[in-house]
Design a protein around this ligand. Structure first.
Ligand SMILES: Cc1cc2nc3c(=O)[nH]c(=O)nc-3n(C[C@H](O)[C@H](O)[C@H](O)COP(=O)(O)OP(=O)(O)OC[C@H]3O[C@@H](n4cnc5c(N)ncnc54)[C@H](O)[C@@H]3O)c2cc1C
Length: 380
C-alpha cells in the first residue's frame, strides 16, 4: 500500500462504484486477505488525511446519492464521531495510556501467546498473522478479534488495543480505543459485542468455524463510568502572517487547510509513530507514516511554493523562538500529547468543528445530524 495521496485517490476512484447498494449488502463479509472485498481499505488514507472525509463522502453522494450510499457515509462519520467523543473526554485516553504502560510492565499470563498468534483458535491466530503482515483487518474481524481477546482469552482490553495500534496502518487513537471499549461493553454501558462461532463461519464464507471454542455467554467488562463530557475547547486565533506551517501525521492535506489568508513562508513536518505505544510501532507502520509525511511535504512545497522539510521534535523550541508556527489541529492522541508542550497554534477544520460538538452522547443521536452535515460540509 503506497502512502501517497495519489494512491489514496486511485483507490477512492476504483471503490466509488461500490459505495452504494453493494456496500450496504455485503460489507460484513470478510473474504480474507488478498481476496476481492466489499469494503474500501481506504482507512489508512483517510486516517492520515491523505484524502479527506469530505472528498470520500462527496464521491459517494455524487455516484449514488446520499440515500443509497447512506451506510457507507455513516461509516465515514463514525471516525468523526469517535474523535469528537474523545475530544470531550480526553481523560479516557490518558487512563488508557496509563493502563497500557502498567500492563506492558507486567504482562498477564496468555498475553505473549496471544500476540504471537499461538492460542490455538485458528481464526484468532490467523488474524494476528494477517494484522502483523498487512497492517489491516476487516472491521468484522476487528470486532471478533477484540471480543475473543476480552471474553475468551480474558486479557485486558487495553493491551489488545495497544497491539492493534502498533500494527494497524490506520491506527487511530479515537477509533481504536473507543471501538475496543465498545466491544468490551464500556461505551454503551452493559452492551458488549459477543463473537459467535456461527456468525464467524457465516461471514468468513466458512474459512473459520470455531464451534465450541469461544466464550459466547460472557458478562460485559465493568469499569467506573467515564467522566462527563466537557465542551470541545476553543482554538486560539491564528497569529498574523507570515507563518510556518507544521504538518504532522494526523492531517496531511495542507491544500485544504483553513488558512484564512495566512501567508505560509515555509513548511516543516514531523511524525512520531513510535509514540503510539511504549513498544513503539511496527516497521510497516513506521514506513507508511514516514512516507505519508514525505508525500504531504512534497505537495505542500508545490502548493505554497515554499521550502518544506522534516524536523525533529527537539528542533521545535528553537524554531518557535524565531517563527510563528501553525498546524492542522491534532485530535486527542499521541501527536497532540507530543506537541502539547509547544506553542504551536492549531487550525481547526470546519469538518471537525461541526462534528465534534455533536458527539457528546451515543452515535445514533449524532447520526441524526448527518444529512445536515453533508449539506453544509460537502454539498455547499
Ligand atoms: C476493535 C476495533 C478497532 C478499530 N481500530 C481502528 C483504528 O485504529 N483506526 C481506524 O481507522 N479504524 C478502526 N476501527 C474501525 C474500522 O474497523 C476501520 O475503520 C475499517 O475497518 C477500515 O476499513 P475500510 O477502510 O475498508 O472501511 P470501509 O468499510 O470501507 O469504511 C469506509 C471508511 O469509513 C470509516 N470507518 C468505517 N468503519 C468505521 C468504524 N467502525 N469506526 C470508525 N471509522 C470507520 C473509515 O475511515 C473507512 O475507511 C476499529 C474497529 C474495531 C472494531
Amino acid at each position: 500500500m503506497s502512502p501517497t495521496r495519489a494512491a489514496g485517490l486511485t483507490r477512492l476512484v476504483a471503490f466509488t462504484p461500490k459505495m452504494g447498494r453493494a456496500y450496504s449488502d455485503s460489507r460484513n463479509h470478510d473474504p480474507g486477505p488478498g481476496k476481492p472485498s466489499s469494503v474500501s481499505a481506504l482507512s489508512p488514507y483517510i486516517r492520515h488525511r491523505l484524502i479527506t472525509e469530505q472528498e470520500v463522502v462527496a464521491a459517494a453522494i455524487a455516484a449514488h446519492g446520499a440515500e443509497v450510499a447512506d451506510k457507507f457515509i455513516q461509516e465515514v462519520f463514525w471516525r468523526s464521531y469517535w474523535k469528537g467523543w474523545l475530544a470531550q473526554r480526553p481523560a479516557v485516553w490518558d487512563a488508557y495510556r496509563a493502563r497500557v504502560a502498567a500492563g506492558l510492565a507486567a504482562p498477564p499470563e496468555g498475553y505473549e501467546a496471544a500476540i504471537a498468534g499461538r492460542v490455538g483458535i485458528a481464526c484468532f491466530d490467523a488474524w494476528v498473522q494477517e494484522l502483523v503482515e498487512t497492517g489491516y483487518l476487516h472491521n468484522h474481524a476487528r470486532m471478533w478479534f477484540a471480543s475473543i481477546w476480552i471474553f475468551t482469552l480474558r486479557l485486558p482490553w487495553e493491551l489488545g488495543a495497544d497491539f492493534f495500534l502498533r500494527h494497524l496502518l490506520d491506527g487511530d487513537a479515537a477509533s481504536n480505543t473507543l471501538s475496543w471499549r465498545w466491544v468490551a461493553g464500556l461505551h454503551t454501558k452493559g452492551k458488549h459485542y459477543v463473537a459467535r462461532a456461527e456468525n464467524i463461519a457465516r461471514y468468513t464464507g466458512g474459512r473459520f468455524a470455531p464451534q465450541g471454542e469461544l466464550n459466547e455467554k460472557p458478562l460485559p467488562v465493568q469499569e467506573a463510568d467515564p467522566p462527563a463530557p466537557r465542551p470541545v475547547p476553543d482554538v486560539a486565533a491564528p497569529p498574523s502572517s507570515p507563518v510556518t506551517l507544521l504538518l504532522h501525521e494526523d492531517d496531511l492535506h495542507p491544500e485544504s487547510l483553513p488558512l484564512a489568508g495566512l501567508h505560509v513562508q515555509r513548511v516543516i513536518g514531523l511524525c512520531c509513530p513510535q509514540a503510539r505505544s511504549p513498544l513503539g510501532a511496527a516497521p510497516l507502520v513506521q514506513r507508511f507514516v514516514a512516507g505519508a509525511l514525505e508525500d504531504g511535504l512534497g505537495r505542500a512545497e508545490q502548493h505554497f511554493g515554499v521550502p518544506a522539510g522534516r524536523v525533529a521534535l527537539d528542533d521545535l523550541p528553537d524554531i518557535l523562538r524565531r517563527e510563528s508556527v501553525v498546524m492542522p489541529e491534532a485530535p486527542v492522541g499521541w501527536v497532540a500529547d507530543a506537541l502539547r508542550p509547544y506553542r504551536v497554534v492549531p487550525l481547526r477544520r470546519p469538518w471537525d468543528a461541526a462534528c465534534w460538538t455533536l458527539a457528546g452522547r451515543g452515535f445514533f443521536p449524532f447520526a441524526q445530524h448527518i444529512p445536515r452535515l453533508c449539506a453544509e460540509l460537502v454539498l455547499a
